[in-house]
Design a protein around this ligand. Structure first.
Ligand code: BES
Ligand code: ZN
Length: 456
């Protein structure tokens, strides 16, 4: 172990340099203009796997390629499946970045770049720790399989098929993902639950072209007014989602879990300051952590149509669109919620307005037993590296593969987040603390022998 730790020390700068190279590739999965970059990024990941001592290959899918690598040390050892995603969210709005999103730079101890924390920087820690083990000891304490995909930020549509098709090959005892966050400054966390999601878009079309609102306004339905009405009906003033049946299957929090949430350090003013918001709002009768981690929601992600340029323009627009997501909790079925969302909107669409609904993706929520021996082993590794025992938390974001791992491969996932929720994920000036990057590599290095010792 000493030699491995020494290797990490000696190679800190190299690891950073390589991460910079990774971050310089604009692997934006949502935008087809970046397709060649996705391929280039997959090649980078494959090469990094080979360097780490894995046998690696790029596997094409209907969408962006999957990179798969493995190293089977000894069939009698436990096998760990590591997942990550090399795709990133679009960097827009570009003018709000201090330095360009794909030209990584370190300022104030933080690496700034799109994907720095979500998820390139975090997934890279596992490749670097594996490399440290193989280069110093020539072997690994466990068998590892790495599955790094390029479509997480767009819903992982082709992944389920891949998991079904390669079920035998992907067989493992437990999965590891670093794509979540620490609980707070100096408080590492292991996440045992995430919310699920459905994502959809509603497109309304009125007249065949934009019309003069003085000549025609008031005599036909305006699709922008209509989209506002549809969207406005989704959430009540009490914070409750109004879609019929939305709460029918929601698993309520146990008194014990409510207590565990309440025991975590949390300041409402600190939280509001962090996000630059003036007041809390949410479902009545629940605390902020409960609302964020264990209650379902409905959010409009974008609403547009008609004239959005500078100054006034007097029209009845031809078209208006809204993008909508619901976060789901254990018990809720994504298909069922998608169907009720669609009917809810359709029923409110005025006559003369064409209604089109596109569902993008969906995945279920989950919550694991936080007392499993895998979690205890991971907790020890995190404590050794970060100097503090992790707290056990749930999170409100979604990682679609986790419930698929559970359903298709029958394994639980250890969600070990090295980043922070304040790292500006999906926002301008995304960053990752250099310190969190190195501690992540260290925790990952300690993780493998800890997992090897678990009596499964
Ligand atoms: N890394 C996030 C998920 C996350 C972040 C979970 C912080 C918990 C804490 C992930 O890359 C992500 O953003 N996922 C999407 C999934 C969706 C597009 C299916 C999400 O949650 O919006
Ligand atoms: Zn992510």
């Amino acid at each position: 172990m000493d030699a491995v730790l020494q290797y990490l020390q000696t190679n800190q700068q190299t690891a950073l340099d390589e991460l910079f190279e990774f971050l310089s590739i604009p692997s934006v999965s949502a935008d087809s203009a970046f397709q060649p970059e996705m391929q280039r990024c997959a090649e980078f990941v494959r090469n990094a796997m080979t360097k780490a001592g894995l046998t690696a290959e790029i596997i094409p899918t209907k969408g962006h390629p999957i990179v798969y690598g493995e190293r089977i040390e000894d069939p009698s050892l436990p096998t760990v499946l590591v997942y990550g995603h090399y795709d990133v969210q679009p960097p827009d709005p570009l003018n709000l970045w201090t330095t360009p999103p794909f030209e990584p730079q370190i300022r104030d101890g933080k690496i700034f770049a799109r994907g720095a924390t979500d998820d390139k920087g975090q997934l890279f820690t596992h490749l670097k720790s594996i490399q440290a083990w193989t280069e110093t000891t020539g072997k690994l304490p466990v068998n590892v399989k790495f599955l790094i995909e390029g479509e997480e930020e767009v819903g992982s549509d082709n992944l389920e098929h891949f998991l079904q098709a390669h079920k035998e090959r992907l067989k493992a005892d437990v999965a590891v993902i670093s794509d979540t966050s620490q609980y707070g400054d100096g408080i590492p966390a292991i996440t045992y639950g995430l919310r699920g999601i459905i994502a959809a878009e509603v497109r309304l079309t009125g007249p065949s072209k934009d019309l003069h609102s003085g000549i025609y306004g008031g005599s036909i339905a305006n699709p922008a007014n209509a989209v506002a009405k549809l969207c406005g009906a989704l959430v009540g003033d009490d914070g409750r989602v109004q879609i019929p049946g939305f709460y029918d299957d929601v698993a309520e929090l146990s008194a014990m879990e409510k207590q565990q949430f309440a025991d975590l350090p949390f300041s409402e003013t600190g939280f509001l300051n962090e996000i630059g918001s003036g007041a809390l709002f949410g479902e009545e009768g629940f605390t902020t952590l409960e609302r964020r981690w264990a209650r379902p929601t409905c959010d409009i992600n974008g609403i547009f149509g008609g004239y959005t340029g500078e100054g006034p323009k007097t029209i009845v627009p031809s078209k208006a669109t809204a993008k909508i997501t619901c976060r789901l909790v254990p018990g809720q079925n994504p298909e069922k919620i998608m169907d009720s969302l669609k009917s809810f909107l359709q029923e409110r669409c005025p006559p003369g307005v064409k209604f089109e609904f596109q569902s993008f993706h969906g995945c279920e929520a989950f919550a694991f037993d936080p007392t499993s021996p895998w979690i205890t082993a991971a907790s020890e590794a995190v404590e050794t590296a970060f100097g503090k025992a992790p707290v056990f938390i749930r999170e409100g974001g979604s990682i679609p593969v986790v419930s698929s791992f559970q359903q298709i491969l029958g394994i639980d996932t250890l969600l070990l987040g090295w980043g922070r929720n304040t790292d500006n994920l999906h926002s301008p000036d995304e960053h990752f603390y250099v310190k969190d990057f190195h501690n992540g590599i260290l925790a990952s290095t300690h993780l493998w022998p800890k997992l090897a010792a678990v009596e499964a």
